[in-house]
Design a protein around this ligand. Structure first.
Ligand SMILES: [Zn+2]
Length: 422
């Protein structure tokens, strides 16, 4: 055994910092104390200040962000591998969730300790920190991980297998089985110069999500059915997106995957609760049209809306005319802003930019365009498809489809809601 190993064993047993123990150990050995005696002496030293010779073993539900370090035995639920850039260096980390009978907690391991999902491990000297308002365990240089033979039973799902609708932003180490519906190859300029990536849409029986394959794998082709192991979910433009890193394993599947042909229809309340959702459908009444709708001007530099000839970033600019609608849709469960692009707006208005310009000139007032659009859609019920994002201003859906609804779906939803309340 090397000195390092002795220090590690002591650090793990005593639940103290490895570097500290190692320094003490080196010190004693320098004074010609035999290593076993030195270890005994350190056990006494740290044992006096800690709780005896047995290390403190916490159960997960008792872990508090104020706890410095913990020792615990837990089942590894998920392991995600990721490369992060920290302090100018590139480091591979493992992250996921571990659990015992009492609860589960997120972890980040800064070394490869060799454990996999399903393993039962004893973590020595894990440090507790707060991450996204929750305690998390950091397993680093001064920690130890021992893989146990016996398996700890926990009341949680072991492994990363999920359906697409079960995924949310921040998940890592997930395993999904999907069919590739759309894919395009692009070159982007990244950290290490030009990189080729693939992006598109994948689907399973439960739903659809956009993806980016940062390694542009040849297997990611339209129609391919694949098992993707170790993917993570990030937020991109307000909706979840699957990321395939270089650590993701892609295996071709010999079975068909049949995605739903219909979009998932959600109430606005349900959609908002997701925090951001890809490709859904809502049905509701248009109750208002917001400022910045109709004939608008955009900054030629940054595309932002120009007001009175001024861009907030670029000052006085020659604005470029555009058409847009920002309408408020309400289905009785909640409200969201529907954003329609130039083509969709032109269709409702019954004319393009030239017609709108002419009308504004004739009336010597740009707001006539907005008013006419309002007369067309306010008070009517629409079926809206698209990606819904949620931020501090509320929910917003960039419509890919905006069509007048045929039934009284919103009214039914309202009646249903009223029925529940009364
Ligand atoms: Zn600008």
């Amino acid at each position: 055994m090397q000195l390092d190993d002795h220090a590690e064993e002591l650090a793990s047993d005593l639940g103290v910092d490895k570097q500290e123990v190692k320094a003490d150990l080196e010190n004693l050995i320098e004074y010609s104390v035999p290593v076993d005696e030195a270890k005994q002496s350190l056990r006494r030293k740290y044992g006096d200040t800690q709780s005896g010779e047995t290390p403190t073993v916490s159960s997960i539900d008792e872990i508090d962000p104020d706890d410095g370090t913990v020792n615990l035995t837990a089942r590894v639920l998920t392991v995600g591998t990721r490369e992060i850039h920290y302090d100018g260096e590139t480091q591979v980390i493992r992250e996921g969730t571990i659990a015992d009978e009492s609860g589960k907690i997120g972890y980040t391991a800064w070394d490869d300790f060799g454990f996999e999902a399903g393993d039962t491990v004893t973590v020595g000297n894990g440090s507790v920190r707060e991450f996204r308002d929750k305690p998390e365990i950091n397993i680093g240089d001064s920690s130890t991980v021992t893989i146990k033979d016996e398996s700890l039973e926990v009341p949680y799902r072991v492994g990363g297998d999920r359906s697409l609708t079960e995924l949310s932003v921040g998940d890592s180490g997930r395993v999904i089985e999907v069919v590739v519906e759309e894919v395009e190859t692009r070159t982007i300029s990244g950290r290490d110069g030009e990189t080729t990536i693939k992006s598109g849409v994948i689907a399973d029986e439960t739903g659809r999500l956009p993806f980016t394959d940062w390694a542009a794998r040849p297997e990611m082709t339209t129609g391919a059915t694949l098992r993707l192991e170790d993917v993570y979910v990030r937020e991109f433009r307000g909706v979840p997106e699957i990321s395939l890193s270089k650590f993701t394993t892609v295996t071709e599947l010999n079975k068909p995957i049949e995605p739903q042909s219909d979009r998932t229809r959600l109430t606005i309340q349900e959609a908002v609760k997701t925090g951001g959702v890809y490709d859904i459908e809502i049905v509701g009444n248009i109750v208002d049209i917001q400022d910045g709708s109709g004939l608008i001007e955009r900054c030629p530099e940054c595309n932002r809306i120009v007001q009175n000839g001024r861009c907030r970033t670029h000052g006085d600019v020659d604005g470029v005319d555009d058409l847009r609608v920002k309408a408020v849709i309400d289905d009785g469960t909640g409200a969201a802003t529907v954003v329609l692009d130039k083509e969709q707006t032109a269709e409702i208005y019954g004319g393009g930019i030239d017609a709108a310009r002419q009308a504004a000139r004739d009336a010597m007032d740009q707001s006539v365009v907005r008013e006419k659009i309002g007369e067309e859609i306010i008070g009517r019920e629409y079926r809206v498809s698209g990606h819904l994002s949620v931020d501090e201003y509320g929910a917003r859906i960039e419509a890919t489809e905006f069509v007048e609804a045929d039934g009284n779906v919103a009214q039914q939803a309202e009646e249903l809601l009223t029925g529940v309340e009364s």
